[in-house]
Design a protein around this ligand. Sequence first.
Ligand code: GLU
Length: 449
Amino acid sequence: MNIENYLSDFIAAQHQKDPAQKVFHQAVEEVVNTLKPVLERKDVYIKEKILERMVEPERIIIFRVPWADDKGEIHVNRGFRVQFNSALGPYKGGIRFHSSVTQDSLKFLAFEQTFKNSLTTLPLGGGKGGSDFDTRGKSDGEVMRFCHSFINELYHHIGYHTDIPAGDLGCGPREIGYMFGQYKKLTNDFTGAFTGKKPNWGGSLLRPEATGYGVAYFAQNMLSTRNDSLEGKTAIVSGTGNVGIYAMEKLSQLGAKVVGFMDYDGSIYDPDGINEEKIAFLKQLVFKRRGSLKEYNKTFKHAKFRLGQKTWDIPCDVACPTACENELDEKDAALLLKNGCKCVCEGSNMPCTPSAIYAFQQAGILYSPGKASNAGGVAVSGLEMTQNSMRIYWTREEVDQYLKRIMNSIHNSCLSHAEEYGLKGNYMAGANIAGFIKVADSMLDQGLV
Ligand code: GLU
């Protein structure tokens, strides 16, 4: 069989089935386009229609989420949970609360999650959920009523051996707390059915930091393959959510100077670089006050706030996009390359467009896909599940050791799989191939289900 024809027919059939699901197709194509050497070696994947089975979620739950605002007015949002693949373990993945949430975006995220979770070395299937509900501008009471209503339906479909949600964009410890509380009320069961819980009621130490720290560890690992390190490097991080702030913290602890970052309103250029005091300010601003970066340069005078502007024109050695999908396009990639960027380490899910990735690969700089370099968060979620099952807490240091070990293992697995299939140094191909083989072989073992 001609594998190239098989793959292009496969992609065309996917588009025909769901023509509107643009980001889902983008994620599928990125994976499928790197699998040719794998399918050439093992045609049982083709005979057993593994790709066709893998792109079809095992189940999608869609439901109504009615809630009342502080004035008593009623609103109706749409809730989703995409239970994509359970070949490796119970469905695992975050909940996104944002006005951009659609079935398409959650299918893309759950598909990515399946590969990411496969790379973590832990027994985790892939899933994702959420709602087109925006937490920005809502009171605590409104968020609580919404979360309770969301769980009034979702609790039927999740559980610590079935599906374990966690946080994502717009869904942090506050939302996890409200959802967990309602889940416990309805099931009368205190189990680790959610991760990202606060440590006083079952959460793992270092879970909030894990995704961001993992990104910095991964960037360090990538640079070490070129006998280089983060020491003295200039870095840019795009988002200033949970991932971005902790990525900045660890990058600077490892010796990098973080000079740029951004949020919904614009970006900051801080030529002095961030330090402990500035990180503490950002944590207060973002996590406690849910404020805007517009306030940053009022406190730190050398910094400049750039209304509505991205960060990628600021010269840097290391770039970590940690905001949302497709935030970094080919124009941004050209700016980064022109300014001498050596390493792009994705902290969010699919932040670089295909043409930006192509530009990085053509230029021969280090580039890692989010499903590898941002897997630290879900990995520590897996460790949170282990601690909950054992009914113990590990120390910060113990969790950090595991996190480092897992990030090393993901890094090495990307490199070894890329090399084994003739694509040396290509982290994207290595991540897709390693993630795919483990899921595909497990699906074959479990028969046609
Ligand atoms: N939402 C995070 C991710 O994209 C974390 C998922 C989890 O901890 O289950 O990987």
